[in-house]
Design a protein. Structure first.
Length: 228
């Protein structure tokens, strides 16, 4: 699909050409007049067109999707239509539907008309790295600059994370109990984001503890005031 004419258009053109050649052969070889036959079948064609409205809608939507080439087989897509959100990797694009593979290897089949009317985010173009983030909460009073350096160095050492742009950490929030440090990093494979995020968190925590930096504990504040 990345080069040349989309396969769906080739199949449709082949079908139309076959029908034209069939009519030509019937007319010139057998001497039959197909004009009156086509005229008398106009009503049947209208009825057939109404019955195949959804099918034709999916067909032309599929043609539009392949001509536009906003996504291709192997791309990771996030598809939003109203309150419905679907995420998966494109496995197949046919004349009727688009098939995705979800994070749990489940097959998701979406009609092409639905795809054409939805908002689609493509997370696969190589020139646009995917940004992700992870939060670490340190105990109040810890050396924040040292913690930021440790996190940036640790995350940069994970093979699936891009070196350019380099990971960077900053203080995103603070309270009297903890200081929140957020690490920003960039990846190429959208489908591996959860595995990579797990590595970032586990290795980050291990590196902070190895450096003698304490993580904040979860605190619950209770109030002795009674509701009126």
């Amino acid at each position: 699909m990345k080069h040349g004419v989309p396969l769906l258009l080739v199949n449709i053109f082949s079908l139309i050409l076959s029908i034209v050649l069939l009519f030509w052969g019937v007319t010139h070889v057998f001497g039959l007049e197909v004009g009156p036959l086509l005229a008398t079948s106009a009503a049947a064609s209208v009825i057939l067109g109404l019955a195949l409205q959804d099918t034709l809608g999916n067909l032309f939507a599929g043609i539009s999707l392949q001509v536009d080439r906003n996504f291709e087989i192997g791309d990771w897509l996030e598809i939003v239509s109203g309150i419905q959100k679907t995420t998966g990797q494109v496995r197949e694009i046919t004349w009727r539907s688009t098939t995705l593979v979800g994070f749990s290897d489940e097959l998701i089949t979406l009609p092409n008309r639905f795809m054409a009317n939805a908002t689609i985010s493509n997370y696969s173009p190589p020139e646009n790295p995917i940004v992700r983030r992870q939060i670490f909460r340190l105990a109040y009073g810890e050396n924040i600059e040292h913690a930021k350096q440790i996190l940036e160095r640790t995350v940069a050492g994970i093979g699936e994370i891009r070196g350019i742009p380099a990971p960077w950490a900053y203080v995103s929030d603070t309270t009297e109990h903890w200081i929140e440090v957020k690490i920003i990093y960039f990846i190429d494979n959208y489908g591996s984001q959860f595995n990579i995020g797990d590595k970032v968190y586990v290795r980050g925590v291990e590196a902070l503890r190895a450096a003698g930096l304490k993580l904040a504990r979860q605190t619950i504040e209770l109030s002795d005031t009674k509701p009126v």
